[in-house]
Ligand binder design. Structure first.
Ligand SMILES: Nc1ncnc2c1ncn2[C@@H]1O[C@H](COP(=O)(O)OP(=O)(O)OP(=O)(O)O)[C@@H](O)[C@H]1O
Length: 254
């Protein structure tokens, strides 16, 4: 599905990513972990066209995407959530979800103003899909609320619903449970499991090790910009390099 080959990124001569290579297999949940500053966000930004790698290649379904702009990558079917919430506070919850379907609206302003019957029909069907997505994430009763009044956990779920409503080929989740309590985290974990059962391919960046070890099919470990391990949760958990570079460091600070 997604293949990174020797992806490197330098900021002002300092390497943030060095020759990172791994594959995100179709239909699986891959977790990308690593200590603060390991390069996880930089990698997600390279995959989504926010920044361009200094060198290396990123293939999405055999197409090289490393130098494509973000909107083209999004149209190819890669969607994402953000570490720091990026929802539109003044729009309703439903309108926020509809922004995840904008690439399917696709009409000119003139066409929209003419309000032809088929356009009204499509508008209704997009709305229905958005409502179904809200229902899946337990937010249907808040569809008409302004997004800004939602609790933090609900805002995170709005992001998840928006990222999945367009049925993307690949979903990049940047710390979806950061700031959530145990109950909210369990709800999101269950929703991620449901998405995987529905065949979605996901790359999850997450600091919550319990969540990662519980739900990931494959774990990729970054440390200081380098990929130091790839494997199942059990393999990674026992990898001495990971214990030393990552889990050991966590243990030291615990
Ligand atoms: N725009 C930038 N300009 C300069 N340096 C940057 C920039 N973005 C990231 N870096 C540096 O690149 C390295 C990797 O940062 P990155 O944010 O990708 O790590 P991370 O693994 O996502 O960390 P965290 O878990 O804390 O979010 C860090 O040393 C960071 O300071």
């Amino acid at each position: 599905m997604l293949r990174l080959e020797n992806v490197s990124k330098n900021f002002g001569g300092l390497p943030a990513l060095s020759e990172v290579t791994f594959t995100v297999p179709k239909g699986q949940l891959t977790a990308l972990i690593g200590p603060n500053g390991a390069g996880k966000s930089t990698l997600i930004n390279c995959m989504t066209g926010v920044i361009e790698p200094s060198s290396g290649q990123i293939f999405f379904q055999q197409q090289q995407i490393a130098s494509l702009p973000a909107y083209k990558i999004s149209r190819l079917g890669i969607s994402r959530t953000f570490q720091n919430l990026k929802i539109f506070p003044r729009l309703t919850v439903l309108e926020n979800i509809l922004t995840g379907l904008t690439s399917e609206g696709g009409d000119s302003m003139l066409m929209a103003m003419l309000r032809l019957p088929y356009l009204r029909h499509r508008e209704r069907s997009l709305k229905l899909r958005a409502l179904e997505a809200l229902d899946r994430f337990g937010l249907a009763d808040k569809a008409n609320w302004p997004a800004e009044v939602l609790a933090y956990g609900d805002k995170k779920r709005v992001e998840l619903a928006r990222a999945t409503v367009g049925k993307p080929q690949l979903i990049l989740l940047d710390e979806p449970v950061a700031g959530l309590n145990a109950e909210e985290t369990a709800t999101v974990a269950e929703q991620l499991r449901l998405l995987r059962s529905a065949g979605h391919t996901m790359l999850l960046v997450e600091h919550d090790m319990d969540l990662v070890m519980e739900i990931a099919d494959q774990v990729v470990v970054l440390d200081s910009g380098k990929c130091i391990a790839t494997g199942t949760p059990d393999e990674v958990r026992c990898n001495p390099l990971v214990l030393e570079a990552y889990l050991g460091r966590m243990g030291a600070t615990a």
